[in-house]
Design a protein around this ligand. Structure first.
Ligand code: TYD
Ligand code: MG
Length: 452
């Protein structure tokens, strides 16, 4: 009989410990300890030393494998994956429930021609998936729906039917019979992912694993999954808004930080090729508190509207709230405004919002954020056709944003006549399209004069 053993795991980072802990010794999370029954007697091959053909080789001896890629039907998804789905790779698609992960995967499986897909669903019945497929209105003959939750059966099915792509919807619902804890536990997720990875590498089948994300933004329990898989992409957006962003978080085969933009429609996800169009407001009169920033995610530049509302604080402690922007960074920028420009931010509530419910991470948008705040503070609209791109440092200096030239080109493409950037770039031979005036500033003290 297999020897049964218990162990304690951290739900945040997957750290394993022999006894209970209040705070995880590995990642510092509190109250994340969970006890799981694991059967050491039949532990995965991943944890044991096995006979292997591998031997050390010189770099020069290694054959350079040109990764073969499957070009998916979605150009946006291909971009985020770094130019298509690499054969034999394992991709983790994370996102909050209801954001559209199943829709995206099913749509890609159904609309990509010439591939055979095994869509494993542990969450929905075959008839539910059929209903969704009807809504999507695309039908690849070679897409097989397989409602199954036992890992061993899934692997057996893959070996028998040899698909090009396997979608696991979701990793939290499948379990291996070799482990006694329940589906969705740390040890199950770790075991299932490791076995699926081995299967992907051996058979050359690409695997897309869907993983639900918990409220605090970590992929449920298993941050460990991020280390195991080749590519991590996350599907974001807010449920009240139709726009969704697919963001590259890790990619062993291409650039990270690429984004793809989608629109959730009645008939599935539509691609948004030109995000600037949806992220720029279309009102004609300039309003106070509205600024436009030129952002870059990955290699794609886009323009985005920032709205700020600065009002007198009604209570003792001023409120600061940012949607789509890091709250701590907003506080930092406000502190810089207070200290370097002398604006009395400590008496003000500040609310910040990015168009389309977009979450931005680009520090090149600092200047636009501060521009919108200054504009609202003085209740004065920013001049028409003004766009900003620059990072702000603690002493109020304006630093160059990466790929500023591309940002300027994007602004020009959308008819912006004036772009405010870091003075560091002056005289460095920036390529500036005709009809665009570039204004160089060194500190945020110069921003007001440049933008009004
Ligand atoms: P779903 O793919 O089930 O989300 P997830 O797998 O991430 O939990 O997406 C569900 C939402 O998408 C649901 O609220 C309905 C909406 N939706 C559409 O708006 N249009 C469609 O064509 C489809 C299939 C879903
Ligand atoms: Mg789903």
């Amino acid at each position: 009989m297999a020897k049964v053993k218990k162990a304690f795991f951290c739900k945040e980072c997957g750290n394993e410990a022999p006894k209970w802990f209040g705070q995880c010794p590995a990642c510092g999370a509190w109250g994340s300890c969970t006890e799981e029954v694991i059967s050491r007697g039949s532990e995965s091959a991943a944890g044991r030393r096995t006979q292997s053909e591998a031997r050390p080789q010189r770099v020069a001896e290694i054959e350079d494998a040109d990764h073969q890629r499957i070009l998916l039907s979605s150009a946006e998804m291909n971009r985020v994956l770094g130019g298509g789905l690499v054969k034999g790779s394992m991709v983790l698609l994370g996102g909050e429930p209801g954001i559209g992960k199943s829709t995206l995967s099913l749509q890609v499986a159904l609309a990509t021609e010439g591939i055979k897909t095994l869509y494993v669903s542990g969450e929905e019945s075959a008839s539910q998936i059929k209903m969704r497929a009807l809504r999507l209105g695309v039908a690849n003959e070679e897409c097989y729906i397989y409602p199954e939750t036992v890992l061993e059966n899934i692997i057996g099915q893959v070996e028998a039917s040899k698909p090009d792509l396997v979608v696991i919807d979701s990793i939290q619902t499948i379990y291996s019979e070799a482990i006694e804890s329940s589906a969705g536990s740390v040890s199950q997720i770790r075991e299932c992912a490791a076995r699926l990875l081995k299967m992907a590498k051996e058979s050359g089948t690409s695997v897309i694993i869907i993983g639900h994300i918990t409220k605090d933004g970590t992929i449920a329990g298993p941050k460990i999954l991020e280390h195991i898989v080749d590519v991590v992409i996350s599907f974001e957006g807010d449920n009240n808004n139709v726009y969704r962003i697919l963001r590259g978080i890790k990619n062993r085969f291409g650039a990270t930080f690429e984004i793809g933009v989608f629109e959730m429609r009645e008939d599935g996800l539509g691609e948004v090729e030109n995000p600037s169009e949806i992220l720029l407001g279309h009102q004609h009169e300039p309003l106070s508190g509205v600024g436009v920033g030129a952002a870059v995610d990955g290699i794609r530049p886009y323009l985005i509207e920032v709205q700020a509302l600065v009002s007198n604080a009604a209570y003792g402690t001023p409120q600061r709230s940012a949607t789509g922007f890091d709250n701590r960074r907003l506080n930092m920028l406000l502190a810089v405004l207070e200290k370097r420009v002398g604006m009395k931010m400590f008496q003000k509530d500040v609310f910040l919002n990015f168009a389309g419910g977009f979450k931005v991470q680009d520090t090149g948008l600092d200047l636009a954020v501060v521009g919108a705040v200054i504009s609202s503070y003085f209740d004065r609209a920013i001049g028409e056709g003004v766009c900003m791109a620059g990072e702000i440092g603690l002493s109020g200096e304006v630093r160059p944003a990466p790929r500023t030239e591309q940002r300027i080109a994007e602004a020009a493409r959308h008819g912006f006549g004036k772009v405010i950037v870091s003075g560091y770039l002056a005289g460095r031979g920036l390529k500036v399209p005709d009809g665009v005036e570039v204004v160089y500033i060194n500190t945020i003290g110069e921003l007001a004069a440049a933008m009004f």
